[in-house]
Design a protein around this ligand. Structure first.
Ligand SMILES: [Zn+2]
Length: 469
C-alpha cells in the first residue's frame, strides 16, 4: 500500500503543478459540424490556379468532398445541413510551410506558443502547416499529435525536429559538430515523431549531408535557412527545400570560405549587387529547378524589416509588452533610410517570381521571428497578399499557398485543392479574393476535415495572451 501511495504521489504531484490542460473545449470553437453539409451557391477558387467558378454547391460527407458542381445540378442530399453562401467564396485550406510554434519574446529568446499559435493559424485559414524550425523540443510533436487526435484545435502539423546546426550563439539550438551526431539527432527526433528537418546558418556541408541522407532514410525532407553552405552546394547535397526565397544565399559572396557563414549582411549585400537577369543568378535558378529543390517565400518577415511598409496585421492579439516591443522595432525601421531592404525586398519578390516562372516549386510561409510582428494566422493571409504584390495573380498566389505546399508534402492527392474525393479543408471567405486579394482576411468559417470552426472565437480565446502561451 505504502509503495502505491508513494508512486501515486510521484505521478500526481508534479502534474498538479502544471498549468491547465489545453485539450478541453474544442466544442466551443465549432460553428458547423454535421454528418452531411452542403455549401450552396458559393464561388469556388479551387487552388489549381484555375479561374473561379460561380454558383457552385459542395457536398461534404464524413470529412470529405462528396460532390461539387453547379448549384443548379448539385442538390443538397436529404438531411444535409445547408449553408447558403451566396456572394461568398471558398478557397482550399492554406498549406503553409514556414510556420513556428514559437515567437520572439526577448533578446535571443523565443517563447513557446504551441496553444495560442495553433488556434491563430487555424483562425487564419491554415489547415496544414510545417514548423520550419523548432526550438520547443518535444512540443512541436506533442501539439501535432494532440491536434491529430482531436484533443486540441489547430492545423495538421508537419512537425520539424529541433534545428540541425553547427556551433552558434543561439541559446535554443543544438551544436551538431560531426556526422555521427547528425545521424543520432535525426534518428532520435524521428523516433519522437518529427516528420521533417531544418538546417541552419552554421551547419557544415558534412553534417548537412548526413542529416539529409538519414532524413531521407527515415522519410523526412530537409529544408534550410542557410549561410555557411551555399544554395548551390545544398542542392548538390540533395536538400529538398530552401527557406526565405534567395535572401539567405551566400553563393554570390566573392571570398566565401567553405563551411563558414560570412554573415547574413554580407550575403545580402552581395545579393543586392547581383544582376537578376544575369548568367550567375539564372544558372543558380536552373540548378535548383533541375534538382527539384523547392523554394519557400517568407515575404512577411522581411516586410517587417523594410521601411515604409504598413504595420502588419494581428498585433492587437499580442500580450501588451510584445505589442509595444514591436512598435519600437517598427519605429526604428522607419528611421533607417540606409537599410538594404529598401532595394532588396522588391528584388526578393522579383527573384521568387523568376524561380516560379522557370518551373520551380515556390511554396509559401510566414516565419514568425525577427523582431516580432509576424503573428500566426494573420501573417499567413498577408503572405498571400504579398505574393500578389510580387506579381502573381490572386488565383496563382492562392495556389502557391495551398496546392504547392501539398505537393511538397506529397499530400496533394488528399489536400491542397478543392475536388471531389479530397479532404474537406476549406476556407469560407466573405467576398471574392480572386478579384480583391485582401478579401482573404475576411474569413467567415474554416473547415478542417469537414468540421467548421469560428475564426473569431479562436482569436478571442487568445487575445492579449499571445506571447505568454
Ligand atoms: Zn523560421
Amino acid at each position: 500500500m505504502k509503495a502505491i501511495t508513494v508512486l501515486l504521489l510521484m505521478f500526481t504531484v508534479p502534474m498538479g503543478c502544471l498549468a491547465q490542460s489545453p485539450q478541453s473545449d474544442r466544442q466551443q470553437f465549432i460553428r458547423v459540424e454535421a454528418p452531411v453539409i452542403a455549401l450552396a451557391h458559393v464561388r469556388v477558387i479551387d487552388g489549381t490556379g484555375a479561374a473561379p467558378r460561380e454558383d457552385q454547391t459542395i457536398v461534404i460527407r464524413d470529412g470529405n468532398i462528396a460532390a461539387i458542381g453547379a448549384a443548379a445540378n448539385t442538390p443538397a442530399p436529404n438531411g444535409a445541413t445547408v449553408v447558403d453562401l451566396t456572394g461568398k467564396s471558398v478557397i482550399p485550406g492554406l498549406v503553409m510551410m514556414h510556420e513556428h510554434l514559437y515567437y520572439t519574446t526577448g533578446p535571443g529568446v523565443y517563447g513557446q506558443l504551441g496553444v495560442s499559435f495553433s488556434r491563430l493559424y487555424l483562425a487564419g485559414g491554415v489547415t496544414t502547416m510545417r514548423t520550419a524550425g523548432n526550438v520547443n523540443g518535444i512540443m512541436d510533436m506533442s501539439v501535432s499529435r494532440r491536434i491529430a487526435a482531436g484533443e486540441m484545435v489547430g492545423p495538421a502539423i508537419d512537425a520539424t525536429a529541433p534545428y540541425v546546426n553547427g556551433p552558434s550563439t543561439f541559446l535554443q539550438m543544438h551544436a551538431i559538430t560531426n556526422t555521427d551526431l547528425a545521424r543520432r539527432h535525426v534518428d532520435f527526433w524521428a523516433d519522437q515523431g518529427a516528420t521533417s528537418l531544418k538546417a541552419y546558418m552554421q551547419v557544415s556541408r558534412a553534417v548537412l549531408k548526413a542529416a539529409i541522407d538519414e532524413g531521407h532514410r527515415r522519410g523526412m525532407k530537409t529544408t534550410g535557412h542557410l549561410c555557411s553552405v551555399t544554395f548551390g552546394e545544398a542542392a548538390d547535397l540533395g536538400i529538398d527545400d530552401l527557406e526565405h526565397g534567395f535572401l539567405p544565399a551566400t553563393d554570390f559572396v566573392r571570398d566565401k570560405q567553405p563551411d563558414v557563414c560570412p554573415g547574413q549582411a554580407r550575403g545580402q549585400q552581395a545579393l543586392a549587387e547581383v544582376d537578376e537577369n544575369g548568367a550567375p543568378f539564372t544558372a543558380l535558378v536552373k540548378t535548383l529547378v533541375d534538382k527539384h529543390v523547392a523554394l519557400t517565400s517568407t515575404l512577411t518577415v522581411f516586410e517587417t524589416f523594410t521601411r515604409g511598409r504598413p504595420m502588419p496585421p494581428g498585433l492587437d492579439v499580442l500580450a501588451p509588452q510584445l505589442r509595444d516591443a514591436f512598435q519600437r522595432a517598427y519605429d526604428r525601421v522607419q528611421q533607417n533610410p540606409e537599410s538594404v531592404y529598401t532595394t532588396l525586398f522588391p528584388k526578393a519578390m522579383r527573384m521568387e517570381r523568376a524561380f516560379a516562372r522557370a518551373g520551380g516549386l515556390l511554396i509559401a510561409g510566414t516565419d514568425p521571428t525577427g523582431a516580432g510582428g509576424v503573428v500566426a494566422g494573420f501573417s499567413d493571409q498577408r503572405q498571400v497578399e504579398l505574393l500578389v504584390e510580387a506579381g502573381f495573380t490572386p488565383v496563382e498566389a492562392i495556389s502557391i499557398a495551398t496546392l504547392n505546399g501539398a505537393k511538397y508534402l506529397g499530400r496533394d492527392a488528399r489536400i491542397g485543392s478543392i475536388a471531389k474525393g479530397k479532404q474537406a479543408d476549406l476556407v469560407v471567405v466573405n467576398g471574392n479574393p480572386a478579384a480583391t486579394i485582401a478579401d482573404i482576411r475576411r474569413v467567415e468559417t474554416v473547415i478542417k476535415n469537414g468540421v467548421g470552426y469560428d475564426p473569431q472565437k479562436l482569436i478571442e480565446s487568445v487575445r492579449g495572451q499571445v506571447g505568454i502561451w
